[in-house]
Design a binder for this molecule. Sequence first.
Ligand SMILES: Cc1ncc(COP(=O)(O)O)c(C=O)c1O
Length: 347
Amino acid sequence: MNLNTLEFRSDNCGSAAPEIIEALVRANQGCAVGYGADALTTELNSKLSEVFETKLRVFPIPTGTGANALALAATGTPFGAVYCSPEAHINTSECNAVGFFGSGLKVSPIEGTHGKVCPIFLENNLNSAGFGQAHKSQPVALNLVQATDLGAVYSTDEITHLSALAHARKLTVHMDGARFANALAHLACSPAEMTWKAGVDILSLGVTKNGGLLSDAIVVFNPDIANNIDFHLRRGGMIWSKMRFASAQILAYVENDLWLRLARQSNAAAQQLAQGIQLIPGARLIAPVQANELFVEMSATALDRLANQGVLFYRRGPELARFVCRWDTTTKEVEQLLTLIQTGLST
Ligand SMILES: Cc1ncc(COP(=O)(O)O)c(C=O)c1O
């Protein structure tokens, strides 16, 4: 890190965990067949089936956007609609990759708080969707972002309730788990409880943001979806040829609970920051801090001061900042940021 800056822009800015780099070095021996027919990818399928306590299929994929768009493309028809929260990454930040890879799939935001889909609004939308009417996009999937794009976490009861509403109308439930391990660490439940046991059919499993290097994954719990997914991935140019290296990263990620250890570190840094911010007059958290992202309101002048003093963060509005803690964010960095916020607000 540059000594004159404090990095709070994104968990994407963090380093990769040494365990993952070591796994890549170990995988770099001899030859292995490409496109996922290798031994490490077979092992990855068994390992994640064990971790999630069910038979599943894993498809390592380069990006979270690709995982979301292709997972959703595999769930529906080109004239379908995907429900999500207004803040959902597929709605705000993926250049309509869902529509592109889904050959016209529509993203339909549903209101809620803290980046969640509200079950009442979901039910209202389902009731007025016009199923079977050729004039209307046909709802095909529900997208839940876990942890949400405002740093909150759905409880397993909330996921179960929303999934039941979606399944009652034959929608597929997709979880965008770009920060899956952060949410899992927060809930302290099992991966199964946060996914298929609560009704999730298909998951974008984030790895890169939480100490990974270059691979996320699509995890399919519902075998009906898995039948088509290879075709969507191949057509979208999203199948690694040297797949063993992608699989090696994800294997190392879950081995010995590395993913939880890394997520606990970034969550703990976020808690330290949140607790400090709550004590600073003039700064206000706009959503509960349950993972590793914080959204903080303060005056535009105070935010300008922070930026001028070398704090790297993203502005989500003139008076709204997003701070993200990485697995390798230190206690000292958090303390320095708190001091700068405090002095910026009191001068
Ligand atoms: C919630 C969420 N989903 C998906 C993504 C997309 O990941 P990528 O940038 O790897 O495409 C991000 C990235 O910031 C994200 O925050």
